[in-house]
Design a protein around this ligand. Structure first.
Ligand code: SF4
Length: 387
């Protein structure tokens, strides 16, 4: 259910879905599967007063296992999958330019998708059709994972931990359901709600030994963890697009021009065999508005644009712990880039579990199964103002 917190007059409510998760955990019929978004791992421990050295992703996994989730997986896995689909989609559009709307926009931020639909409906055709990593995860859990584990997909309950309240609306969209009408994702909790959930069960994460994410949806590369910081999706997509065109990897740090906290970044990269790719990265909806207005006025022209609604990207998302008067998007984002720099694998196309998913189940990026499970039609639902 929902409860009222924080506001002394009751005029403002904070939605709280932890009760729905506790109910699912207590249901012996259900297999509970939880995924944790990239940006959550660098913020969740703030509420417990733990330093980044203690408040690691491994302790978060251990704490969630204590809560009783059957499988604790990583949205980084489907961030890599998103790159495979979205990077392939970009190359398909880039090499068959006519008939597509330009630029191509990223589609993983539901705040941005909603903003574009309501403010610039003429630009919606530019959105990538790739579902966000959260939605791809739910779709893969209720198909591939169900088949692999011999489970009834209707009895799999998918919980997401997201840095974001807009993800709750995204998972409720009519276009984010399977053929039976089951949602890809059953409940979204924000980072703050996850922290409350752990407290409600008296879990003390700081005292737990670190544990690993479960397999087969628990492996993510350095290219995936940077989805949580502004510029990260573009950086990851360019790394794999380069590989897909040339057959060899670029330097993993070849695209640093899209990183950093500047609210509107532009760069041109040469991909041998494909040509010059003009990209832009913006975060914050004021900057997004300025960029789309400039696109519509013909003042700028890009091939690929990454947009995140929250300034600094998901690291500073609306569901993250709040500290009065302090903005933490930048230091949290910096820690995500550090995780990428020290990752063993830094290219989404080298994620062994994603490779296995294609080999065993999906076939190839943009194939028929991918089309049904991993892509969406942004025109299939209407904004309240458009009804
Ligand atoms: Fe959610 Fe903000 Fe991230 Fe967009 S940028 S997905 S609104 S947290």
């Amino acid at each position: 259910g929902q409860c009222v917190t924080h506001c002394p007059t009751g005029a403002l409510t904070v939605r709280d879905d932890t009760g729905r998760v506790l109910k699912a955990l207590a249901d012996p019929e259900l297999t509970t599967v939880i995924q944790v978004a990239p940006a959550v791992r660098v913020a969740w421990a703030e509420s417990f007063g733990l330093s980044p050295e203690v408040g690691t992703a491994g302790r978060m996994v251990a704490a969630l296992k204590r809560m009783g989730f059957n499988y604790v997986f990583d949205t980084n896995f489907t961030a890599d999958l998103t790159i495979m689909e979205e990077g392939s989609e970009f190359l398909e559009r880039f090499t068959h330019r006519d008939g597509y709307s330009w630029p191509m926009y990223t589609s993983c931020c539901p705040g941005w998708v909603r903003f574009l639909k309501s403010q610039f409906p003429g630009q919606v055709a530019g959105l990538s059709t790739a579902k966000s990593p959260q939605q791809m995860f739910g779709a893969v859990a209720k198909s591939y994972l169900a088949q692999k584990l011999g489970l009834d997909p209707h009895k799999i309950f998918v919980v997401s931990i997201m840095p974001c309240s807009a993800k709750k609306a995204e998972c409720a969209l009519p276009s984010m359901k399977d053929a039976c009408g089951d949602p890809d994702v059953d409940v979204v909790l924000t980072t703050r709600e996850m922290d409350r959930l752990l407290r409600s069960d008296c879990v003390l994460p700081g005292d737990l030994p670190e544990e690993k994410f479960d397999s087969p949806l628990g492996t993510g590369t350095g290219a995936a963890v940077i989805f949580g910081a502004t510029g990260g999706v573009m950086d990851a997509a360019l790394r794999s697009a380069y590989y897909l065109v040339t057959g060899s990897n670029p330097d993993a740090d070849a695209f640093t021009a899209v990183r950093g906290s500047k609210p509107w970044k532009e760069a041109v990269f040469t991909v041998p065999g494909a040509g010059d790719v003009k990209v832009a990265v913006v975060s914050g909806l004021g900057n997004a508005r300025a960029l789309v207005e400039a696109v519509e006025a013909g003042e700028v022209s890009y091939d690929f644009v990454e947009v995140m609604a929250c300034p600094g990207g998901c690291a500073g998302g609306g569901g993250q712990p709040i500290h009065g008067g302090v903005e933490l998007a930048e230091p949290r984002g910096k820690r995500l880039w550090e995780l990428d720099a020290k990752a063993d694998i830094r290219f989404s196309h080298e994620n062994p579990e994603v490779q296995a998913l294609y080999a065993e189940y999906l076939g190839q990026p943009l194939g028929e199964k991918s089309h049904h499970l991993l892509h969406t039609d942004h025109e299939a639902w209407r904004m309240p103002s458009q009804r």
